[in-house]
Design a protein. Structure first.
Length: 680
């Protein structure tokens, strides 16, 4: 027998309630996965329900895999193998492989990836551009995906609330959507968004198919129900055509994915759709201390449209959540990393720590300080700042200027921005370089006329590198990098590479952040801020990153601080959490404020961040930040501003408890050790 006595009272009620609709409101850290797996094991082992009749659906392969492994531990591999535990899309593919012929496709259909999709959109735009207006392919493809996830076909788009007759992009999308779907059908192909779209279409046009699957799966369970979109809701309705044995698990307070199409009303209105539903609340939190949960509860209770629940914990603590006031972006990063270094110095694991932020644009300053302090880190659900193309381009230029013999860096920038030096010309110089046993750069200098048609371009390039070899020896670091960017006309190059204005702006912002990183480095190390020291400091951390990649995942986690957005943090937990930039126009975000939109989801995002912390929570805000080259005053987020009784605020611009003399000595020791490390 599976012993349900191992569960707490609400968990046990959720596991024992099998017949009819069930809503499990599972608060953060309340043992949701444990409850689900015990429920499944109880159904199979204790009640004798055939495993083939049970369907469990989640959003990610990782979640489905974790559920599968836990059930195996309770039931054994043989019984567990008969269960269907999958993602929505995996289930959709299985259904389409059997039934897609009823929609006019052949069974051996293909699933197109992004590059295939973009090719079709490009073809469609070539025939549409009667007015010669440029349209962003990615934006149109994104709109098509959005429409499919809303259940809107190419024939329905014009009559839907999503069509704006005055929007040129919507007119282009209407044409391309039809063209795109015609091409997919011609090639017997579907895209990722078609998977659920076509399953719902199949259920609608052929209700006998929905009925058959409903009879096959007599018990349906859905995880993270608050994240379901209209298509997933319709798919669930189809799968429960012949019964109402539907168990959904979720937390409306953690609904933070509306930008992906998630519809919170699915969980808020569950009892309207299923009037006989049993509702079970899981409110005991096994993750966080009481002070952290008290703050989380106070934050989220301000949302009016929510299911009432209050998290509580038996984990007592006298350590309150902290709010640190920082001077500016650089200071914020410094005090966070100082605390990280202190944590590590006490023999504690770096994997205990996560740094959470609202926007990826907040990460570079934190990354820079971690690099300077030689603290290994990983960026989860995002790209490390120094791994971005534009930043790697600039690093390749600096590396080549510092060491022209670096062939890898030289080859990266030889035709960036485009200067008409292609692979054929490069091949000639590589051959000559081998022949005379000289570096590629020296060969280009000595034999610039090796390819007569490219002689001037080769000479201009080598002279540029030589010019900056001299400039970096005599001029300040950051202004010289800025001068190089201007001379390359690199920002204009970015504009030409991206049709989407927003994407180009984001890439140009990364370039500006790179210059700011150099400026911060100069302020911190003074006369030691040479090109050599700047490049070496970055490359030293990069080599450590590569070393970490060679270790297994567990070892990497043991040695790394985790950086991620608040959106990426959902479902994770850490002993020590920093939430940086908890201020107006970051959280809540400026877009939400300026649009006059409801703040509920931004507040839920704050709640999600707070509930990631197990033992220690530190939230930071800046008194000013540099925005678009100008310093602007900042203010603490409204979400925590009124909750002073639930946290302790420290003005770290005064170095907290340190006297002024102690603070000066502290900063001197910090920067002296940094300069010493550059001499090593």
């Amino acid at each position: 027998m599976v012993n349900l006595a191992e569960l707490n009272t609400p968990q046990r009620k959720a596991a024992e309630t099998i017949k009819g609709p069930v809503l499990i409101l599972a608060g953060a850290g309340s043992g949701k996965t444990r409850t689900i797996t015990f429920r499944i094991a109880h159904m199979v082992h204790n009640l004798g329900i055939p495993a083939e009749q049970i369907l469990g659906v989640s959003f990610t392969n990782k979640a489905a895999g974790e559920m599968r492994e836990r059930v195996k531990g309770l039931l054994g591999r043989k019984k567990a193998s008969h269960l269907t535990l999958s993602t929505f899309h995996s289930l959709g593919i299985k259904i389409l492989k059997k039934e897609i012929v009823k929609l006019g496709y052949h069974k051996n259909f293909s699933i197109y990836d992004t590059s295939d999709q973009m090719s079709i959109v490009r073809e469609g735009l070539n025939s549409f551009r009667a007015e010669k207006k440029a349209f962003d392919r990615k934006q149109i493809l994104s709109k098509i995906g959005f429409l499919k996830n809303k259940g809107v076909s190419e024939d329905d788009f014009v009559d839907s609330p999503f069509f704006d007759c005055e929007d040129a992009y919507d007119h282009a999308t209407e044409y391309i959507y039809r063209y795109y779907q015609d091409k997919l059908r011609f090639f017997n192909a579907i895209d990722f968004d078609d998977i659920l779209f076509l399953v719902v279409k199949l259920f609608g046009q052929h209700p006998e198919i929905a009925e058959a699957y409903s009879k096959q799966f007599k018990y349906v369970m859905v995880d993270e129900y608050q994240d379901t979109n209209p298509l997933q809701f319709s798919m669930i309705m189809g799968l429960t055509t012949t019964h109402d044995n539907l168990c959904v698990v979720g937390d409306d307070d953690q609904s933070i994915y509306s930008f992906r199409g998630a519809d919170i009303s699915n969980i808020l209105n569950f009892e309207k759709n299923y009037p006989t539903a049993t509702v079970v609340k899981l409110e005991e939190n096994y993750r966080s201390t009481t002070p952290i949960l008290n703050l989380a509860n106070k934050v989220i209770v301000e949302n009016k449209e929510r299911r009432e629940k209050t998290l509580w914990s038996q984990i007592a603590s006298t350590q309150p959540p902290l709010v640190w006031a920082a001077g500016d972006t650089e200071h914020e990063a410094q005090i966070v990393v100082e605390e990280v270094v202190s944590h590590q110095g006490k023999g504690k694991m770096l994997s205990d720590i996560a740094v959470l932020y609202r926007s990826n644009t907040q990460a570079p300053a934190i990354e820079e300080q971690l690099r300077l302090s030689q603290v290994p880190y990983r960026v989860l659900g995002g790209q490390k700042f120094y791994d971005k193309k534009e930043v790697k381009d600039l690093m390749a230029y600096l590396t080549t200027i510092l060491n022209p013999g670096s062939q890898v860096s030289l080859r990266r920038i030889l035709n960036v921005p485009n200067r008409g030096i292609g692979t054929a010309t490069l091949g000639k110089y590589l051959t000559k370089s081998d022949e005379i046993q000289q570096s590629l750069f020296e060969t280009m200098k000595r034999y610039n006329a090796l390819d007569p048609k490219r002689a001037v371009k080769i000479q201009t390039f080598t002279q540029l590198i030589q010019k900056y070899m001299g400039l970096f020896r005599s001029a300040p670091l950051a202004p010289t990098i800025e001068k190089l960017i201007d001379e390359l006309d690199y920002l204009n190059y970015i504009d030409k590479q991206h049709d989407n204005i927003k994407q180009a702006a984001a890439r140009k912002k990364d370039v500006q952040m790179f210059v700011e990183a150099a400026a911060r480095f100069s302020r911190q190390v003074g006369s030691k801020a040479t090109l050599k020291n700047f490049v070496e400091k970055i490359l030293l951390q990069d080599s450590q990153d590569e070393k970490d990649k060679d270790d297994d995942d567990e070892q990497e986690n043991l040695n790394s601080v985790t950086l991620m957005t608040l959106h990426s943090s959902k479902g994770l937990e850490f002993k020590k959490v920093f939430m940086v930039g908890i201020e107006e126009e970051l959280l809540p975000h400026k877009r939400t404020i300026s649009a006059g939109e409801d703040m509920s989801e931004e507040r839920r995002l704050c709640y999600v961040g707070i509930t990631r912390a197990q033992e220690s929570l530190i939230m930071t805000y800046c008194k000013e930040r540099t925005l678009f080259g100008r310093k602007a005053p900042r203010h603490k987020s409204r979400f925590i501003n009124e909750l002073s009784a639930n946290y302790t605020e420290q003005d770290r611009t005064q170095f907290g408890h340190l006297s002024e003399d102690e603070a000066v000595a502290y900063k001197k020791n910090f920067f002296d050790s940094l300069i010493d490390s550059l001499d090593d």
